[in-house]
Design a protein around this ligand. Structure first.
Ligand code: NAP
Length: 244
């Protein structure tokens, strides 16, 4: 597959890209630091993949997104999939007290990710169709006291992705909304580890399978589908009492 990948430098994105590289996928790597992207590119090539280009794309810098996609398309010529694993998180208390950081999280995780998707979708459709896979979160499934700011951005993103899929799947744009549970990465290093926590490497095969199949919504690992089913069914008075 020819893949435009935003967020392959770390965590979930790194594991997913490495899994794709093992079968020989070809990448245009997008991210905010070109030296980091080059290091990731060498790693992916050592795993069996190839890297056509490494391109600066900062989800905090709206103006960087369209030129990055243009450059990626030019480098790969034919694009089969766009994968977005880039994202920002911080503890809820920090987001409540730091308004600048809160704005950055909302901008990166919602506004500018939607902007990227709005630019990528038509480009995929113009090339005959393809897959747009984006990581949201189980945090978007139901408001919870301890995570509703980040969760609001991910809920908005998930809502958008599922709408985009409804509108354009028939035209050949397959939108994949990836909802991870708690994954041990740099992003969650300061968070309390809940049950069912796992590693990026453990979920990477399921994410790649969902991209290949064009699954519209995928929970990784699968157990989080059941966990969130239970959480969504809890009455509000319990949600007010619970601290999770
Ligand atoms: N870990 C979890 O438990 C969990 C659960 C649910 C959902 N998620 C979501 O999964 C995705 C990946 O998370 P992760 O745990 O793998 O986090 P991570 O290890 O911190 O990796 C985050 C990635 O996002 C990139 N990024 C951050 N800000 C960016 C920006 N402004 N422009 C471009 N790229 C940017 C980082 O690039 P740099 O190398 O430049 O920093 C890095 O590649 C995120 O969307 C996150 O919200 C994570």
């Amino acid at each position: 597959m020819n893949v435009v990948f935003c967020g392959a430098t770390k965590g979930i994105g790194r594991a997913v890209a490495r899994h794709m590289a093992q079968r020989g996928d070809r990448f245009a790597l997008l991210g905010r630091d070109v030296d980091d992207l080059k290091r990731s590119g060498s790693d992916l090539e050592a795993m069996g993949g190839s890297v056509a280009s490494t391109i600066r794309c900062d989800l905090m810098d709206l103006a960087s997104i369209a030129p990055a996609l243009d450059e990626a398309w030019a480098a790969l010529e034919k694009v089969d999939a766009v994968v977005v694993t880039a994202g920002l998180f911080d503890l809820h208390e920090t987001l409540e007290s730091d308004s600048a950081l809160r704005d950055r999280v909302l901008t990166v995780d919602f506004t500018n990710t939607v902007h990227l998707c709005e630019l990528a979708g038509p480009r995929l459709l113009a090339g005959g169709g393809g897959t747009l896979a984006v990581v949201s979160s189980v945090a978007g499934d139901r408001p919870r006291k301890t995570i509703y700011l980040y969760g609001a951005a991910k809920a908005g993103l998930g809502h958008y992705l599922e709408g985009l899929d409804l509108k354009y799947r028939g035209n050949g744009l397959r939108v994949v909304n990836v909802k991870p549970g708690f994954i041990k990465t740099g992003m969650t290093a300061n968070a309390k580890v809940p049950p069912f926590a796992t590693t990026p490497e453990a979920i990477a095969p399921a994410v790649v399978r969902a991209i290949d199949r064009g699954t519209s919504v995928v929970y990784v690992p699968f157990v989080w589908r059941l966990v969130m089913l239970a959480v969504r069914s809890l009455p509000k008075f319990m949600m007010r009492k619970l601290n999770f």
